[in-house]
Ligand binder design. Structure first.
Ligand SMILES: Nc1ncnc2c1ncn2[C@@H]1O[C@H](COP(=O)(O)OP(=O)(O)OP(=O)(O)O)[C@@H](O)[C@H]1O
Ligand SMILES: [Mg+2]
Length: 250
């Protein structure tokens, strides 16, 4: 782990017409620390991920990934540098098996998807797919169609699709949204395991999970960073309690 922040966000703004979705956001994400972003609906969390990953251009400001300026790079270039994300809305191919989903994601790392390319590349994608199945505990389900998976296993497959690009930094947008306790536990355990080898930033509404797994919490509200700190600091932050945790006593 180096001293350079894995991600540096400097005065980043995003405007949608007259709406200011990101209002001069400044934050550095430290390597080796599981970072969480919390905040009410519409705070700008997903927009921040979209701007970081080049899906949307920033209206102003600068983004650096591992010290390299990525502000004006395309989503594909940013992905190739090792920055991956999952979507808030699940995006697996239902008619394909777990392995096929992962194979396609692994292939796409090397450029435009070409089904009839050299066998060696296809073999490498097979190996990647199998390795990710193993890592996420999906090997027994590798030949199952995604449409047959439980909600928790779909969430793991989503994470797997992002892992297929071999990221150094992984952004997860509400990975446990809509899950019951058992599925939440399974997914959270995998995320914690992954965080040992890659940097992770997670957007999450479940505050108990956030306090449990993250080492650094960024609180957003109205397109701005309202607070930043350890779970302990955030839990006792008066402004956060008033604005986000709905604590009348704050
Ligand atoms: N593509 C877009 N075009 C126009 N407005 C957008 C677009 N994307 C987001 N917004 C607006 O920007 C604001 C921030 O939205 P964003 O999705 O980033 O919030 P969020 O913090 O992820 O919320 P949630 O917790 O509900 O997912 C909202 O007012 C939203 O309506
Ligand atoms: Mg969102």
């Amino acid at each position: 782990m180096t001293d350079i922040p894995v991600l540096e966000i400097t005065n980043v703004e995003k405007h949608f017409g007259g709406l200011v979705a990101l209002d001069s956001v400044n934050a550095a994400v430290e390597s080796g620390k599981l970072t969480a972003i919390i905040g009410p609906n519409g705070a700008g969390k997903t927009t921040l991920f979209n701007v970081i990953t080049g899906i949307l251009p920033a209206s102003a400001g600068q983004l650096k990934f591992q010290g390299q300026d990525i502000t004006r790079k395309s989503a594909h270039e940013i992905s190739r540098l090792g920055l991956a994300r999952t979507l808030q809305i699940k995006s697996v191919f239902n008619g394909m098996t777990v392995r096929e989903n992962l194979w396609i994601a692994a292939q796409s790392r090397d450029g435009v998807f070409k089904p009839f390319q050299r066998a060696s590349k296809s073999k490498r994608a097979n190996e990647t797919a199998d390795r990710i199945c193993e890592e996420l505990g999906l090997s027994a389900l590798a030949n199952q169609e995604a449409s047959n998976l439980s909600y928790g296993d779909i969430a793991l497959l989503e994470i797997g699709l992002a892992l297929a690009t071999e990221p150094k930094l992984l952004l997860l947008d509400e990975p446990i949204c809509g899950m019951g306790p058992a599925e939440t536990e399974q997914t959270v355990a995998k995320i914690q395991e992954l965080a040992k080898r890659i940097d992770i930033v997670i957007i999450e509404h479940d505050i108990e999970v956030v306090f449990d797994i993250s080492e650094d919490i960024i609180v957003m509200n109205l397109g701005q960073i309202l607070a930043r700190g350890t779970p302990k600091e955030i839990a006792s932050n008066v402004a956060v309690r008033a604005a986000y945790l709905g604590d009348d006593d704050a």
